[in-house]
Ligand binder design. Structure first.
Ligand code: KE4
Length: 427
């Protein structure tokens, strides 16, 4: 790592726990210290010593257009001149809400918040308020932000009442969350048999990104939709990553499944803090000030964040073939990487959906958290460090998603594949 980053990291650790404002940034999972970013543009990030990296973190998903997209910067400059925050309604909020409900037919109404955590936390509270039920269900390996009810891990056995997934989460609260293995249809059916009538909601990532990329197996989402409808349990799709990542709208549009509530984030903020949750009018009408479920936020619908988000979404909408282009670029990259691993005889299982992918250091197919955790994380860490040394910035964890953006050129992809070949030779 660069000397200046080392000095900055020591300084940061004096004032900020672990030196970072979000744990994964500390590079703990890859046995290195983080580089400090000075700037970014297009597909590149630059560290404080001027080193250049081709970036596949993309701020953990938001930057589908790349860093510093000119139309987003222009929108921000224009918005800045009018002020930064008012704590009062603006026309931008109507424009964003209208765009979202048009892109997501399952949503009649939407409420803006400032993070994916807030979106999921609020959706859970709304589901509990709407149904009058307390139990909720989530899937192991899915991450929905750090709200207590969702920082819960599986108890003993499948479809059990949860255990705290973090210190500070009360056992009694964790027991209100049922946890089920992802893609495990039979266990889900058993959970619905046992708890269905008590469940306020089932929440999941329709394409998981937080155990690494894990797509739903055939029939998994359909079964969840059918059984939750039968028991009056609300289905919440957490599309914070997948919203506008894989198509205009969400995975729900491609899967033809209508959840009752949807959480959004990342891309809709264009790199600034904006997120949202929305759903059917009869459910959303329970939110304050209309109804009894309280939810609020000082910077919810912030004009700067919405200016950036709307600029990003309008770029995506105007560029009809962007998703096809991202699909092709990411497929080319993953094929190139896969071929190198095959030639080297190193076990690799790449899961890819559209422009999000994870190279699992495993010879097995990865369909859930258990199979994901069988990956050779030590070897992934060495690969991460070798790639970083060759100017490629991957997410610093085996259990995250890499993202390709519109800004990644064919040359970037070729350079990444070339760096991968050299990194493997050094492993
Ligand atoms: P935030 O509160 O971090 O904005 O969003 C939480 C969240 C909710 N739902 C999904 C599907 C998410 O992926 C996230 C956050 N994603 C992580 C990375 N996978 C954010 C990175 C971090 O924690 O620093």
């Amino acid at each position: 790592m660069s000397r200046i980053s080392s000095v900055l990291f020591e300084q940061a650790k004096r004032y900020i726990p672990g030196g970072v404002n979000s744990p994964v940034r500390a590079f703990g999972a890859v046995g290195a210290d983080p580089f400090f970013v000075a700037s970014a543009s297009g597909s590149r990030v630059y560290d404080v010593e001027g080193r250049e990296y081709i970036d596949y973190v993309a701020s953990w998903g938001p930057l589908i257009l790349g860093h510093g997209h000119p139309e987003i910067l222009a929108a921000l400059e224009k918005s800045l001149r009018k002020g930064t925050s008012f704590g009062a309604p603006t026309e931008l909020e109507i424009e964003m809400a209208r765009l979202i409900v048009t892109a997501f037919p399952a949503m009649d109404m939407v409420r803006m918040v400032s993070s994916g955590t807030e979106a999921a936390m609020s959706a859970i509270r709304l589901a509990r308020g709407f149904t009058g039920r307390e139990l909720i269900a989530k899937f192991e390996g899915c991450y929905h932000g750090h709200t207590d009810s969702l920082l819960v891990k599986a108890g003993s056995g499948a479809a059990t009442l949860g255990l705290p997934g973090s210190a500070g989460v009360p056992q009694r609260l964790a027991e209100l969350t049922v946890t089920i293995p992802y893609n495990d249809v039979e266990t889900f059916k058993m959970a619905m048999e046992r708890y269905g009538d008590e469940l306020a909601c089932v929440i999941l990532e329709p394409v998981a990104g937080n155990m690494g990329v894990v797509p739903p197996i055939r029939g998994f989402l359909e079964t969840i939709r059918e059984l939750t409808r039968r028991t009056g349990t609300l289905l919440i799709f957490d599309e914070v990553i997948t919203g506008f990542r894989l198509t205009w709208g969400g995975w729900q549009n491609l899967a033809g499944i209508e959840p009752d509530l949807t959480c959004l984030g990342k891309i809709i903020g264009g790199g600034l803090p904006a997120a949202a949750f929305g759903g059917r009018r009869e459910i959303m009408a329970n939110l304050a000030p209309l109804g009894p479920v309280y939810q609020a936020g000082t910077l919810s619908g912030n004009p700067l964040a919405l200016s950036a988000g709307l600029a990003a979404l309008n770029c995506l909408r105007a560029n009809g073939n962007i998703y096809e282009s991202l699909e092709k670029k990411t497929a080319l990259l993953c094929r190139g990487i896969g071929d190198l691993f095959d030639r080297k005889g190193i076990p690799l299982s790449i899961n890819r959906v559209g422009s999000m992918f994870t190279p699992f250091f495993s010879g097995n197919s990865v369909q859930d958290l258990t199979t994901a955790q069988k990956s050779d994380t030590a070897r992934f860490a060495r690969f991460f460090r070798e790639m970083l040394a060759r100017g490629i910035s991957l997410p610093p964890s085996q259990f995250e998603a890499c993202f390709v953006s519109q800004a990644h050129s064919e040359d970037d992809l070729e350079r990444t594949i070339d760096a991968c070949g050299k990194a493997l030779a050094a492993l």
